[in-house]
Design a protein around this ligand. Structure first.
Ligand code: SF4
Length: 517
């Protein structure tokens, strides 16, 4: 929404008679939040950063009409001070591989023609007209696509399971209920390239025999809701949604459901309950949602980024897709890079990229308490949000993928990366995440409802000077019990930040206790 005044200012500065050759177009997020708002001048490929409405006249008169590059608006590398003219010269961008995010900063998300001109809807058309459902499942299985929402389950196998269910009605849900603190990957894709998600859903529907789709978006994302709604209307007008799409005998339509913002509704069974108008609470499985979900019918729930990957896989082919990433985790992953790092923003890197590359090169280095770049001040990175864990210096060179992170007690999660310097208190970090999950617990099962509350009380005891070594032992035991006995992923993963900081930073917990003695 902040782009609007700038877009208007630029339009207002175009001199009479020059309107036709100059096109001012808004795009989605270009990812480099640290230096936004960004303006890209095409075809010269110039990137201006930290642009304000008062720069509009200069941009039109000096750059667009006179061809001058305004050096004050160029990005300067923080370490070398070198001015960069475009994305390709900036280390934040040049070390990424933006596949899912590529069009987010390029196309106007509110104009379907922009998406179509970039090759959009061709993959869905090809699948609907030329492939059987099993063939579509097989392509995605062959590509090795794994769910980007956190679990990393094989998307093709999930579709296969839904395809095998005998039911005249099947549902496809796009999970846009991103709620982790510090995460905004799905939001950016929904706002920046909504048609890629709709196209992914059409392909998923063809693969599973889906008859209706729902995009579940939290109401805190009003721009995403508006752009997806607009995209659906435009796709219907173009006969990409509705009856007999692409002139075939296949019919599929999509609706938007606004969630009220409960974190637990990101869990598939809670989400289906919420869509049906009930209280969003997970249920015991089996049956899995792919067997019995919305209205008791087979329902596939895929994350935003997962669905946005699907048209890419069809366009490039499974083999080409597998060339990026690692053997067990092909493709790329988007991360929201935040915290004590020079370049915050939305990034996309191949699976297998190391934290060292992400934090020190793409992120531009660690910021110390004075706000200066000082890589020796790196302390930890929280990966995977409130369900994830802390990684430290010894993990900086691990190639990041679903399996390598699991092996060190962390998880990709939805993709939040919060970098912390040495001024960060890890007890307070554990408390922050536990407070979040405790307040988001739906209360259905005792271990999570009562356990998270008691864990928080124990952390408070330590933080406020009432803790002893016995408190820490109790804390560990309680965390393990909540992990093992909670009903859904929220409760099972809620203790992870506490356990992980206890493991990596035990001396800090001990210091809190010793200070009290
Ligand atoms: Fe609800 Fe927590 Fe139990 Fe999940 S683990 S069902 S969020 S109480």
């Amino acid at each position: 929404e902040k782009q609007l005044p700038l877009t208007l200012s630029l339009k207002e500065e175009i001199p009479p008679g020059e309107e036709d050759p100059i096109l001012i177009s808004k795009s989605g997020c270009q990812g480099f939040c640290q230096v936004g708002p960004l303006v890209t001048i095409e075809p010269e490929n110039i990137l201006y950063t930290k642009v304000k409405p008062e720069h509009a006249r200069d941009i039109i008169e000096r750059t667009i009409l006179a061809g001058e590059v305004i050096t004050e608006l160029l990005y300067k590398e923080p370490q070398s001070g070198q001015s960069c003219k475009n994305h390709e010269e900036i280390s934040f961008y040049k070390r990424q591989n933006r596949m899912v995010l590529k069009s987010c900063g390029d196309i106007d998300p509110e104009d379907i023609n922009n998406y179509i001109y970039s090759g959009g809807y061709m993959a869905a058309r090809d699948m609907v007209l030329n492939k059987s459902p099993q063939e579509v499942c097989d392509i995605v299985k062959e590509a090795g696509l794994r769910g980007r929402g956190g679990g990393g389950f094989s998307t093709g196998r999930k579709w296969d399971l839904a395809l095998k269910q005998k039911s005249p009605d099947k549902y496809i849900i796009c999970n846009g209920d991103e709620g982790d603190p510090g995460a905004f990957m799905d939001r950016s894709v929904m706002e920046g390239n909504p048609h890629s998600i709709l196209e992914g859903m059409i392909i998923a529907a063809k693969a599973c025999g889906g008859t209706e789709g729902q995009v579940y978006v939290r109401m805190e994302y009003p721009l995403a809701v508006r752009r997806i709604q607009k995209a659906i209307i435009e796709a219907r007008k173009s006969h990409f949604l509705g009856e007999n799409i692409f002139g075939s005998d296949f019919s599929f339509d999509i609706h938007v459901m606004e969630g009220a913002g409960a974190f637990v509704c990101g869990e598939a069974s809670a989400m289906t309950e919420s869509i049906m108008g009930r209280r969003g609470m997970p249920r015991v499985k089996p049956p899995r949602t792919a067997e019995q979900g919305l209205w008791g019918k087979p329902t596939v729930v895929n994350n935003v980024e997962t669905l946005a990957c699907v048209p890419l896989i069809i366009r490039m082919g499974a083999d080409a897709f597998k060339k990026t990433g690692t053997t067990s985790s092909p493709g790329t992953k988007t991360f929201a890079l935040t915290g004590h790092v020079a370049n915050t923003g939305l990034i996309e890197v191949p699976f297998g990229t190391t934290l060292r590359e992400i934090i020190f090169n793409i992120g531009g280095g660690v910021l110390n308490a004075k706000g200066e770049i000082d890589n020796n001040d790196f302390k930890a990175v929280q990966i995977g949000g409130p369900s994830g864990g802390c990684l430290i210096e010894k993990h900086l060179d691990i190639p990041l993928d679903f399996d390598s992170l699991k092996s060190v007690g962390a998880m990709v999660g939805s993709g939040g990366l919060v970098v912390m310097n040495k001024s960060t208190c890890m007890v307070q970090i554990a408390r922050f995440f536990m407070k979040f999950t405790q307040s988001e617990s739906c209360g259905k099962c005792v271990p999570c409802r009562e356990g998270t509350r008691q864990i928080l009380e124990l952390i408070d005891d330590v933080a406020q000077g009432r803790g002893t070594q016995k408190t820490l032992t109790l804390l560990e035991e309680l965390c393990e019990t909540v992990q093992e006995t909670s009903l859904c992923g929220l409760g099972k993963s809620a203790p992870s930040p506490v356990l992980s900081t206890l493991k990596q930073f035990r001396e800090e917990w001990d210091a809190h206790i010793e200070m009290n003695c």
